[in-house]
Design a protein around this ligand. Structure first.
Ligand code: SAH
Length: 227
């Protein structure tokens, strides 16, 4: 075994077909937005996981990406982006929790501009390497603590958080543009380990914020500070 990616059970050659099957499955699961489906079809998810599990990249499951973190399940990635859009352009997007960079790549297919923040320096670098061959000029990666958002490019039309908090970070509410939408997983029950999590959609109106609870989900925790 030389570890050449293209040789690995022919995954380079078959990945387009496998991705098309993943997209069919997403349709059956209820994802209907054609832009989201096209973006999911375009991004080679197998490039974002280790070679040893690349053959599982198109299963509808989260997978480990080192440092105790995971790449989100395709359905959840598609669902979050679809909930943010609802017929409106994504505009300028802030993602918290780059991880391996997969969702950032999907967002960058659709959005005008994407900023993605990761607290673990080594993962941030890994994401940069994963994303390089895709040459996404509208995507910026930042090493930082997502609790603070990213003031320098605020306000954002869309914010997506890929790690579960007990409360919506104040900075993110402030950095959401009027008319903007944020989606994030929130933990019920004071944040005890194993407590249930739910996706929550927050819309910023002229006079305040409106929250809509969506699906139950399972994300890694949003942690404090950058490392
Ligand atoms: N978006 C990724 C999901 C990554 S998992 C995907 O496409 O699959 C969630 C990520 O959030 C982890 O990499 C974790 O390190 C990161 N994270 C947790 N707390 C954070 C914080 N406060 N700021 C930024 N990133 C954080």
């Amino acid at each position: 075994m030389t570890g050449v990616r293209g040789d690995f059970s022919g995954i380079g050659m078959t990945s387009e077909r496998t991705r098309a099957r993943m997209v069919d499955r997403l349709r059956k699961q209820g994802i209907a937005d054609e832009q989201v489906l096209a973006a999911m079809a375009a991004v080679p998810r197998h490039l974002f996981v280790d070679d040893a599990i690349a053959h599982r990249a198109y299963e509808d499951t989260s997978l480990p990406i080192n440092f105790g973190q995971t790449i989100s399940q395709p359905y959840v990635v598609a669902k979050m982006i679809e909930a943010l859009m609802r017929g409106k352009p994504l505009g300028r997007v802030l993602e918290i929790g780059t991880g391996c960079g997969y969702q950032a790549a999907v967002l960058a297919q659709i959005a005008q501009e994407v900023f993605s923040v990761e607290r673990i320096g080594e993962l941030h670098e890994r994401a940069r390497a994963n994303l390089r061959p895709l040459r996404l000029r509208n995507l910026r990666l930042v090493h930082g603590d997502g609790h603070l958002g990213l003031e320098q490019a605020a306000p954002y039309d869309s914010i997506v958080v890929a790690a579960a908090a007990t409360q919506t970070p104040q900075a993110l509410l402030q950095q959401l543009a009027p008319g903007g939408r944020m989606i994030l997983p929130l933990r019920d029950g004071g944040g005890a380990a194993g407590a249930t999590q739910r996706l929550v959609l927050i819309e910023r109106g002229a006079h305040g914020y409106r929250e809509t609870p969506l699906d139950a989900v399972r994300f890694v925790p949003l942690q404090n500070g950058k490392v």
